[in-house]
Design a protein around this ligand. Sequence first.
Ligand code: PAF
Length: 368
Amino acid sequence: MRVVERINDVRSTVKEWKSQGLKVGFVPTMGYLHEGHESLIKKASEENDKVVVSIFVNPIQFGPKEDLASYPRDLKRDSEICERAGANLIFHPENEEMYFNDFSTFVDMNGLTNGLCGKSRPIHFRGVCTVVSKLFNIVAPDRAYFGEKDAQQLAVVKRMVRDLNIDVEIVGCPIVREEDGLAKSSRNTYLSEEERAAATILNKSLMLGKEEIQNGQRNSASIIKIIEDSIKSEKLARIDYVEIVDSSSLEKVEEINISSIKDFPNHPFKVINDEKMQEMVKSVKEYGVILPVIVRPKEDGTYEMISGHRRKRACELAGIKQIRCIVKDLTDDEATILMVDSNIQREEILPSEKAFAYKLKLEAMKHQ
Ligand code: PAF
């Protein structure tokens, strides 16, 4: 295994591998590796011919009051872990190699990065997206491996790769935990003995939430309250946020009574009780509604269906009273555009329905 500091050395090595038809896996890290990283490297080496690990504490993803200076570093130990786990190359650049003095191009993302951790770390994901896209350009891997512990980061990277057409497969890997349930993290070293013991409350509380869901609870607010109450029982713990969101859109998911969801006014697509609907009813009875519908809240406390009229009808026919919903705050025009966009690709739409839908969308776009 080699350790290199220069972009050109990574490029020439990977080019050589690719000329031999070899597949390249990539694990981006900030070093101070633990068993979580080790599991990513092992998976990468199982699924690829060669593995590159980057070790770079990326300054632009740290806010001014965050822990850039104190972030733990130990290249010697990291190299041993990489070698043991099957890495072939470590890329360990200095800041100057990654960022010119007048560096001025960033990858910024709307929406997905605003909530959850993004709320208290406003520049964090801009820094992550920028460095990860640079690293993808440098390494040009076939697959890249990220931990599910940083669930928002995983969703953001997947979205970035989709939006920017980056030719890499993103692989999410399960969390590795200590015996008492605490997720492994390089930052666990910051904890005093007392804080370390208190930190187990996080996993314990999540497990209570999970148990609640397994017992059939589908009301987000009740599940969140159980988790919050449990975390608050630990005096050293402070809650930043507890939210239940869709794992790829990161939007809030709630179980809502079907009776309080009204159809979209002027909805151009007819919901027909045909053979396909009967199949959907059967599937909903057996598996529930897998893909949540999209609704927007109305002032009177009810909701308006944006995407999911057929799923809602299938639930009604199956005698199901509640449905999983992504709740989005949308203006009338935004709602119209999303309603049209999320239906227009369906095969069975009539030309007349399509024409009317496009007319609605055009009107809405004119107002924007
Ligand atoms: O998860 C991390 O360690 C970092 O955010 C990453 C992906 C290596 C980018 O600096």
